[in-house]
Design a protein around this ligand. Structure first.
Ligand code: AP5
Ligand code: MG
Length: 189
């Protein structure tokens, strides 16, 4: 199994690259952000709970996020592997993922898309013109998401680095170039 964490700050290209990787490697793409947005669109209780955090650019509480992620993995046991996009974002989430994947061989690789902050803010402001995502509309919320990433999520890179599976990938350049850098790492697994 390939259990890949596609890691990186908001706007680094996780969603964009994940949709290409799932085709090439036949994996299941699980994006916690997409799952929350689906629930928000359908006004589910989970969506209502998540909304107040997401619109401020804060993290949704761990218990809610971990339960949602576990349910998604359990619904899809017979896949060749998973791409986790936007999860884990905190140490308790990483610990929960390790436990969940223990019978499935654990995390194979964490690939971090490395992109400078000014480029990220530019990308998200641009996307905000058409995405309909409230967290893309306001520069202060976009900057808050970057700060939350630095403070709460960045330590996850080291958490998996110590386990020997974290790698940084330069995330600037054409979509094709970034994709081939990712494939180079995955083909070596
Ligand atoms: P989430 O949906 O995960 O959003 P994010 O991390 O803010 O990241 P984005 O989806 O905005 O960016 P991306 O890296 O996927 O880049 P993309 O491919 O879209 O999370 C949203 C919220 O949900 C969080 O703030 C939090 O509240 C909550 N949440 C989610 N998971 C959670 C968790 N585990 N715990 C707690 N809360 C959680 O690309 C961005 C833009 O750049 C696009 O317009 C794209 O076209 C463009 N682009 C991509 N690649 C390139 C390139 N190479 N060159 C130029 N432009 C590019
Ligand atoms: Mg995304």
């Amino acid at each position: 199994m390939i259990n890949l964490i596609l890691f990186g700050p908001p706007g680094s290209g996780k969603g964009t690259q994940a949709s290409r990787l799932v085709e090439k490697y036949n994996l299941l793409h699980i994006s916690t952000g997409d799952l929350f947005r689906y629930n928000m669109k359908n006004d589910t209780p989970l969506g209502l709970e998540a909304k107040s955090y997401i619109e401020k650019g804060e993290l949704v509480p761990d218990s809610v996020t971990i339960n949602m992620l576990k349910a998604k993995v359990d619904e899809n046991p017979d896949v060749a592997g998973y791409i986790f996009d936007g999860f884990p974002r905190t140490t308790p989430q990483a610990e929960a993922l390790d436990e969940l994947l223990e019978p499935k061989g654990g995390v194979s690789s964490l690939l971090m898309l490395d992109v400078p902050e000014e480029e990220l803010v530019g990308r998200l402001l641009e996307r905000g013109k058409t995405s309909g995502r409230k967290d893309d509309l306001d520069e202060s919320i976009i900057r808050n998401r970057q700060e939350v990433y630095r403070n709460e999520t960045m330590p996850i890179f080291d958490y998996y680095f110590k386990k020997g599976v974290s790698t940084k990938i330069w995330g600037v350049g054409s979509l094709d170039k970034v994709f081939s850098r990712l494939c180079l790492e995955l083909d070596a697994l």
